[in-house]
Design a protein. Structure first.
Length: 257
């Protein structure tokens, strides 16, 4: 009986060791470090996808007005609405009027607007019977497209967020008709402030040339200094001054100021 005691002790020690190993295995985590790392990576936000959102879209979205194209029967000017780099709406903010021009404009402009949206370019057909209007439309349309492209490039280079909001952009106000001719103002806005103002249209011919040459530079300077359309009229050029302020306010409205 005494000789069997060592054997019994060996058997008991072995059993205890096996039990300890089984216990340790039962406490081991079910997932290994590699799978845990993969799970952590999957739970993080897709940075590349987030950065792709917003920036490119903002750069190619907005309203832009082309330069007025002078034709034999009057000016033609086109305004575009662009979303994500595509023309979604085209409209003529100026077109020949009076006499037979009214009928030709009514027939041709809707077709030209539709063609501009369809073609997504200024490569559109002239409307029969309205050659001059069609030619002026295409010229102003191309100007608007050039401005939209420049604005998109400038916006993307400035980046997203506040940087893009601070980018300079050019806005043209609607035409103000005065007793001596149309007045139209274009402004450059950066950081919410007017950095440049210019008259792309002003009365001309006869004494109007002299009055325009004297008044417009002063009005441009005042617009930049005031940062608004609340500027003084130039003595001796009341009609031009009033038209200037009206178009300037329209430009500011477009710029969101």
């Amino acid at each position: 009986m005494r000789k069997s005691h060592p054997v019994r002790r060996v058997v008991l020690a072995t059993a205890a060791t096996v039990s300890g190993v089984v216990l340790l295995l039962s406490l081991k985590p079910s997932s290994d470090p590699a799978s845990a790392a993969a799970g952590g990576a999957a739970s993080q936000p897709p940075v590349a996808q987030e950065s792709a959102q917003g920036g490119a879209q903002a750069a190619g979205t907005g309203t832009v007005t082309g330069d007025a194209a002078q034709t034999q029967y009057g000016p033609v000017q086109v305004r575009l609405t662009v979303v994500n780099g595509k023309i979604t709406k085209a409209e003529a903010v100026q077109a020949p009027k009076g006499g037979t021009s009214d009928q030709k404009t009514a027939l041709s402009v809707p077709k030209l607007n539709q063609e501009a949206v369809t073609a997504q370019s200024a490569d559109i057909d002239a409307v029969s019977g309205a050659t001059y209007t069609s030619s002026g439309y295409k010229q102003s349309l191309q100007s608007a497209l050039d401005k939209a492209k420049a604005a998109a490039s400038q916006g993307s280079s400035q980046g997203q967020g506040a940087g893009a909001a601070q980018a300079a952009r050019t806005v043209t106000g609607s035409v103000a008709q005065t007793q001596y001719g149309p007045v139209q103002v274009r402004i450059t806005v950066a950081g919410g402030k007017i950095t440049k103002a210019e008259a792309v249209q002003a009365p001309k011919g006869g004494t109007s040339d002299q009055k325009t040459a004297l008044s417009v530079p002063k009005l441009n300077q005042e617009a930049v200094a005031a940062g608004s359309a609340d500027i003084d009229s130039v003595s001796g050029a009341t009609y031009t001054s009033n038209g200037y302020k009206e178009s300037l306010q329209a430009a500011l409205d477009q710029a969101g100021g």
